[in-house]
Design a binder for this molecule. Structure first.
Ligand SMILES: Cc1ncc(COP(=O)(O)O)c(C=O)c1O
Length: 490
C-alpha cells in the first residue's frame, strides 16, 4: 500500500459496492426536504439581504482535509445549509444589480435536478438529450433570424462561445492546415470596440494569436465602434503585412450596454472578406422583443453570434451558446474522431454530427434541458416581456438619477445598464459607496470605468426586480453617502 495510505485503518473491502442508498426511504425524505427548502428559499428570496460576507468561521470550514470516512447525507445537507446556502452571490435577489447575472427561476431549478437524475453525457451518441440541445440551438438560430443551415452548441458561457467563434474564424481564414500546424507567423488581426468584453482579447490569446492581435477601435462617445476608423485601419494593417480576419461587434457592452452599428459592420465585413462575429452575451435577448429588435438590426448577417441563456433569459448557470450561420464551418474547425468514437450509422453510436464535432469538449452535461424547460414553460413572448420590463426599469432609474442633485448619469442608457456617479466625489468614494452597500446587504451595485472615471453601475437583469427596487437603489446610495460623510476623518 502507498506510504501515505498505509496508516489508514479501514478495510475498503467491507463497503457495499454500489453507492446507492441502503435505505432509499430516508434519502427520499431528505430529498423532499431539500426541495421544500429550495422552494421556500426562492419564494422569499427578496426578504433577506442581497448578499452577506462569509464569517471567518465559515471560510475556515472550507479548509478541511480530504475526509476518509463518509457522513450521513442529513449531516452533509446540514453543512450545506450552514456553510453554503446563506453565502451565495445574491443574484436571485430583486435588488442585485451588481453584474450582468440572471436571477434564475423555479422551473430552471427543478430542471437542473432532472438533468442530474438523467446524468447524460452530451458529447455525442444518439439519445434524446442531444435532440433537445439541437432543438434549443434551432430556437436560438430562429431568434437571431439565421438561415436553416445554421448550427451551434451550448457552452458554459459567452467567454467560451467567443473563443469557439475565434477558432471558427481562424479556421476559415487559414484553412485546414492551421489545425495541424498551428498559426505559425499568420499575423492575423482582429478588431473590436474599446468596450468589447475582456474575454475577446483572451480568446485571441488562447487561440495562439496573442491578445495584441486585437485592435481596439475607438467609440463614438456612446460606446459604439467608429466604423470609419475601422475602415481606415484595415488597409493600414494590411500595408504592414498583417492579415485582418475578424471583426467582433458588441450587442450590449458589459459596461454600459452599448450596441454597435451591426448593419454597418456587416457591410464592411462583407466588402472586406472578414468574419463578422457578434458578442451579444445578454443583448441577444432583445431579439425576442418586437420593440427592441430594431436595435440589433442586421445581426442575422453575422457569421456567428455568442450569447448566454443564463443572463437575461434567467436560465440557471451555466448556459452559454454559440450559433454559426453555417454549421459546416464549425465542423471544419473542430471535427476529429478517435477510433473508439467512430460513427457506426446505427445503434447508440449513430446520430451524426455529434456535439464533440462542433466544439472543444467531449464529455459535456445536459445544459439544454433547463433552457428547453424555461422556453417551453414561459414562451418567447413572456421572456421578451421580462427583457422589456428591465429596460423600462433602467429608464426609470436613469430618470430618478437625473432628478437627484447629488447624482449624475455617466453614460447613455441603451438597454438595461445604468452608470452613474455621486457628484463631486472622487473615484475612491464611488467604490466605497458600492462596497458599503454590498456589505449592508440592501442593494448590490458594482463599479466600472467610464470616460476614465470610476462610476457606479446598475445592471437590471432580474425578472423579480420591480419599480420599488430601483427606487430603493437610489435612496440606498444617498443613505450610504450620508453615512460616509458623517464618518470621522473620512
Ligand atoms: C458583452 C459580454 N461578453 C461576454 C461576457 C462573458 O460572458 P460569460 O460570463 O457568460 O462568460 C459578458 C459577461 O457579462 C458580457 O457582458
Amino acid at each position: 500500500m502507498d506510504g501515505h495510505l498505509a496508516g489508514h485503518q479501514s478495510d475498503v473491502r467491507n463497503f457495499a459496492r454500489s453507492l446507492d442508498p441502503a435505505d432509499w426511504r430516508s434519502l427520499r425524505a431528505l430529498g423532499h426536504r431539500m426541495l421544500n427548502d429550495l422552494f421556500d428559499d426562492l419564494e422569499s428570496v427578496g426578504d433577506g439581504p442581497v448578499w452577506r460576507p462569509m464569517p471567518n468561521a465559515v471560510r475556515d470550514a472550507w479548509q478541511a482535509p480530504l475526509p476518509r470516512d463518509g457522513a450521513e447525507p442529513e449531516h452533509v445537507y446540514d453543512e450545506y445549509r450552514r456553510l453554503v446556502a446563506p453565502y451565495g452571490v445574491g443574484n436571485r435577489h430583486p435588488r442585485f444589480f451588481g453584474w450582468v447575472h440572471g436571477g434564475g427561476t423555479a422551473i430552471g431549478m427543478v430542471a437542473e435536478m432532472l438533468t442530474a437524475g438523467l446524468n447524460a453525457n452530451c458529447g455525442g451518441r444518439d439519445h434524446a438529450p442531444i435532440a433537445v440541445e439541437r432543438q434549443v440551438v434551432r430556437w436560438a438560430a430562429e431568434m437571431l433570424r439565421f438561415p436553416p443551415e445554421a448550427g451551434g452548441l451550448l457552452l458554459s458561457g459567452t467567454s467560451i462561445a467567443n473563443f469557439v467563434a475565434v477558432l471558427a474564424a481562424r479556421r476559415a481564414a487559414l484553412g485546414g492546415a492551421v489545425r495541424e500546424h498551428g498559426v505559425a507567423d499568420a499575423r492575423l488581426t482582429a478588431y473590436a470596440s474599446g468596450g468589447a468584453h475582456m474575454c475577446v482579447a483572451r480568446a485571441l490569446d488562447m487561440a495562439g494569436l496573442g491578445s495584441a492581435s486585437l485592435r481596439l477601435i475607438s467609440d463614438d462617445g456612446a460606446g459604439r465602434m467608429r466604423i470609419p476608423e475601422l475602415a481606415e485601419r484595415l488597409p493600414a494593417d494590411r500595408a504592414v503585412g498583417m492579415r485582418p480576419f475578424l471583426v467582433v461587434g458588441t450587442a450590449g457592452s458589459v459596461d454600459i450596454g452599448a450596441i454597435d452599428d451591426l448593419a454597418g459592420l456587416a457591410q464592411l465585413c462583407r466588402e472586406s472578406g472578414l468574419w463578422f462575429h457578434v458578442d451579444a452575451a445578454f443583448g441577444a435577448m432583445a431579439m425576442l422583443s418586437e420593440r427592441l429588435r430594431p436595435l440589433l438590426r442586421c445581426i442575422e448577417q453575422a457569421d456567428s453570434v455568442a450569447f448566454d441563456f443564463h443572463k437575461w433569459m434567467q436560465v440557471p448557470y451555466d448556459a452559454g451558446c454559440i450559433v454559426v450561420r453555417d454549421q459546416a464551418v464549425l465542423q471544419a474547425a473542430f471535427a476529429r474522431r478517435a477510433d473508439y468514437l467512430r460513427p457506426t450509422g446505427r445503434g447508440l453510436a449513430a446520430g451524426e454530427p455529434w456535439p464533440v464535432d462542433l466544439g472543444p469538449e467531449l464529455s459535456r452535461g445536459f445544459r439544454a434541458l433547463k433552457v428547453w424547460m424555461t422556453i417551453r414553460t414561459y414562451g418567447a413572448d413572456r421572456l421578451a416581456a421580462v427583457v422589456e420590463h428591465c429596460c423600462a426599469l433602467a429608464q426609470r432609474l436613469a430618470a430618478t438619477i437625473a432628478r437627484t442633485p447629488e447624482l449624475e448619469l455617466a453614460a447613455p442608457v441603451a438597454l438595461n445598464i445604468v452608470c452613474f456617479r455621486v457628484r463631486g466625489c472622487d473615484d475612491a468614494t464611488q467604490e466605497r459607496v458600492a462596497s458599503l452597500l454590498q456589505e449592508a446587504g440592501r442593494t448590490v451595485l458594482s463599479t466600472t470605468t467610464v470616460g476614465g472615471r470610476r462610476v457606479l453601475r446598475a445592471a437590471i437583469v432580474n425578472h423579480r426586480t420591480e419599480e420599488a427596487d430601483v427606487d430603493a437603489a437610489v435612496s440606498d446610495v444617498l443613505a450610504t453617502l450620508a453615512i460616509i460623510r458623517a464618518m470621522p476623518g473620512r
